[in-house]
Design a protein around this ligand. Structure first.
Ligand code: FES
Length: 114
């Protein structure tokens, strides 16, 4: 009989993945952005409810330039150059408004292919 405890996570609408690896962004800039998400999501109403966004750090997406790099799933949208101002646009326009910020996208994954 297994004694391994089954993990649990709360329901979410989108999953925001943030690369905090050392090659795409220097000086901990991505980690600082990641650390700001809790408060920013609370202000935008993304910390709970039907639009709740789960956030996670990854160590490398194998893109490694033009960071900070963020990925929004299941939309399959990949963002680069996520400055604090650009992050606010992504939160307002995409995560709340449902409209990806076209000029910050460098790749679209399978979820958005025709
Ligand atoms: S270190 Fe960020 S994509 Fe590779």
């Amino acid at each position: 009989m297994s004694t391994v405890e089954q993990p649990k996570i709360a329901d979410y609408h989108r999953h925001l993945l943030v690369c905090t690896g050392p090659r795409c962004t220097a000086d901990g800039e991505s980690q600082a952005l990641f650390d700001s998400l809790g408060a920013a999501f609370k202000v935008a109403g993304l910390d709970q409810g039907e639009l709740r966004v789960k956030r996670s750090r990854v160590s490398c997406f194998a893109a490694c330039r033009g960071g900070p790099i963020f990925c929004v799933q299941p939309d399959g949208i990949w963002y680069y150059n996520v400055t604090p101002a650009n992050l606010q646009r992504i939160i307002n326009e995409h995560l709340v408004g449902g409209r990806p910020v076209d000029e910050l996208i460098f790749h679209r994954g399978p979820a958005t292919q025709p």
